[in-house]
Design a protein around this ligand. Structure first.
Ligand code: F6R
Length: 604
């Protein structure tokens, strides 16, 4: 899940690439590097740590040249070191690589026997040597080398012997090529090229693009020329700036009312949910026997919320499975099932594999993603776009709540289409969701209160979170966010489960966030909170405005606006995001770029 960039044109390649890498930093940030054609040579610079360090190094000691490749790494094979950073060099070849070479050990043994000396511990270096071994003609050398490689990958190749071109390859993932006037930009994601051009083409499925100043020549895996459609990307570069906020995370938290408004605008027409783009016929809709929801990390938590929404609103049995498990499912016949794959990036490799599994075994498939033209969107039977705009912070916020709203609308749509939800109920639910942006604004007003709470608790050893029903996945998400942003131990549980074990974790040093809205679980969750307090635990209760009873019981109470049971998880998410952010900030963590993580996990 590293990020790759390439540039060929008239401008200084290193400067453009460092800026483009910065836009891809969410894909990995343990080290970064660039290689640029300088006369008859390739000059390479690599630094450990975030892109800023590479930028500083290049400002102190610039590399000039107008053709280059760059990389920001999330280590898979080989520790974080300058040697293992990319570009990887073999002779006059430099490559940047994302993915895993599954058979690299046997390829490396073969190369070692031939006397090749390796400089790094990476699987990627094998690719550089394989290409170098086959030189002569660069295109042919790349094609021959790739025939030997097993795995899913994206790659950009530079050669000092053939210095007027770049070769980009994407297999099982995709890459984007931005078309400027007489200059070309390559990137792992549209975010890398969007500041320079809106016109892009995507390559995938083993396609190879030879990019020179004269143009782009694309061949498929069998070597035949292919003509690609030029797409126009919609994201405005300004949307990718911090806009006066200290961090992307907090900016994105505050954008949530706008995200909900845009989602509603896109999918509610004439007072009804409109998902015509899902390509599900009435027969398909009537034939659904079960819905399987899948996602990873935060998207997995959204999928669990989705299960409560779909079962509760549409009355269809629903199951949730992690993307890393579902594709290994022994059940091969998925006919009659609808698979809903949720992925902010649309590029998470396990999500893509699940979707392919669903497509191959007869399920109808829907992708809920925030990224237009992503692999998931392209391969799904139907799509729901989250409309959150670019989410730069590695830890998601607005795409999480945006995906929940999409699932809420999907549940209404399915309920209406299958006759399990009345028109009156649907109209009431749409009215409720239309009122949500205003309520989110009220939740955003809790920022200062959450900052104060963070001051009290940031030195504690960890946090627990509990919720029941649809708020159980919100407890999981609160804990996941706290782990990512503050590196503190944090875990989420079903309220009713704590007495079966987790209550042993309760002590004075571990505050427990209890999600206790005035829903059907209220009495039970209140009892959970009392049991925690009785054992010396500190309760931070997230309650509903007007709940006077709870005020008598606990010291720390966060009041959220009254809302529909099904929308309450969105409101609870906002102060949980603030809490994780402020605790992380106080603990000196890199809140936008948490250690060891990457936003887009494109390796298995
Ligand atoms: C990023 C993060 C993860 C993501 C997960 C799924 O480190 O927060 O929990 O939510 O990797 O990513 P998407 O939604 O892009 O498939």
């Amino acid at each position: 899940m590293s990020g790759l960039v390439g540039y060929i044109g008239r401008r200084e390649a290193a400067e453009i690439m460092v800026d483009a890498l910065k836009k891809l930093e969410y894909r990995g940030y343990d080290s970064a590097g660039v290689a640029v054609i300088t006369g008859k040579d390739i000059s390479c610079r690599k630094e450990i740590g975030i892109i800023r360090r590479l930028k500083d190094s290049l400002e102190r000691n610039p590399i000039t040249g107008t053709i280059g490749i760059g990389h920001t790494r999330w280590a898979t094979h080989g520790k974080v070191s300058v040697e293992n950073a990319h570009p990887q060099i073999a002779g006059n070849i430099a490559i940047v690589h994302n993915g895993i070479v599954d058979n690299y050990i046997e390829l490396k043994e073969e190369l070692l026997k031939e006397g090749v000396v390796f400089q790094s511990e990476t699987d990627s270096e094998v690719i550089a040597h394989l290409i170098n071994r086959e030189l002569g003609n660069l295109e042919e050398a790349v094609a021959k080398a790739l025939k030997k490689i097993q795995g899913v990958y994206a790659l950009i190749v530079l050669s000092a012997d053939d210095p007027e071109k770049l070769i980009a390859v994407a297999y099982g993932t995709r890459m984007v090529i931005g078309l400027g006037g007489g200059e070309y930009f390559v990137g792992s994601d549209t975010t890398a090229v969007a500041p320079y051009t809106k016109d892009v083409i995507f390559i995938s499925d083993g396609e190879r693009a030879v990019i020179s100043r004269e143009g782009v020549d694309i061949r498929n895996i069998s070597g035949q020329r292919v003509t690609k459609k030029i797409e126009r990307i919609g994201w405005n570069p300004v949307m990718m700036e911090k806009g006066g906020y200290r961090h992307y995370f907090i900016k994105e938290v505050c954008e949530q009312p706008r995200v909900i408004i845009d989602t509603l605008h896109n999918h509610i027409h004439g007072g009804e949910v409109d998902f015509a783009g899902l390509s599900l016929s009435d027969k398909d809709l009537a034939g659904i026997t079960k819905i399987v929801l899948t996602g990873g990390g935060t998207s997995l938590n959204a999928a669990i919320v989705g299960k409560y929404l779909i079962e509760g609103i549409a009355g269809i049995p629903a199951e949730v499975e992690s993307i890393s498990e579902l594709r290994f499912s022994p059940i091969k016949k998925l006919g009659g099932q609808l698979m809903v794959a949720i992925s902010q990036s649309g590029e998470t490799i396990d999500a893509v594999s699940c979707l392919r599994h669903g497509n191959a075994y007869g399920a109808k498939t829907i992708a809920i993603t925030n990224t237009k033209y992503s692999t998931l969107e392209k391969e799904a039977g139907g799509n729901i776009n989250i409309s959150a705009g670019p989410e730069i912070s590695v830890a998601p916020s607005k795409s999480f709540t945006g995906s929940i709203v999409s699932l809420y609308l999907l549940a209404i749509y399915l309920g209406i289409k299958r006759g399990t939800l009345s028109a009156e109920k649907s109209a009431e639910m749409i009215k409720n969701v239309a009122a949500l942006p205003h309520k989110i604004e009220e939740a955003i007003d809790l920022e200062e209160r959450m900052e104060q709470l963070s001051r009290i608790f940031y030195r504690n050893k960890g946090f627990l979170y509990i919720g029941r029903g649809i708020n159980y996945p919100i407890a999981l998400e609160g804990a996941l966010k706290m782990k990512k942003l503050s590196y503190l131990y944090a875990d989420g549980y079903i309220g009713g489960e704590i007495k079966h074990g987790p209550i042993a974790l309760v002590d004075e040093d571990t505050p427990v966030v209890v999600l206790v809205p005035n829903d059907k679980y209220y009495r039970h969750t209140l009892a959970d909170a009392e049991e925690i307090a009785a054992r010396g635990g500190t309760v931070i209760a997230f309650a509903t405005e007007g709940d006077t009873e709870i005020a008598k019981r606990f010291e720390h109470i966060i009041y959220l606006p009254q809302s529909d049971y099904y929308l309450n998880p969105i409101l609870n998410s906002i102060p949980l995001q603030f809490l994780a952010y402020f605790v992380g900030l106080r603990r000196g963590c890199m809140v936008d770029l948490p250690r060891n993580l990457a936003k887009s996990v494109t390796v298995e």
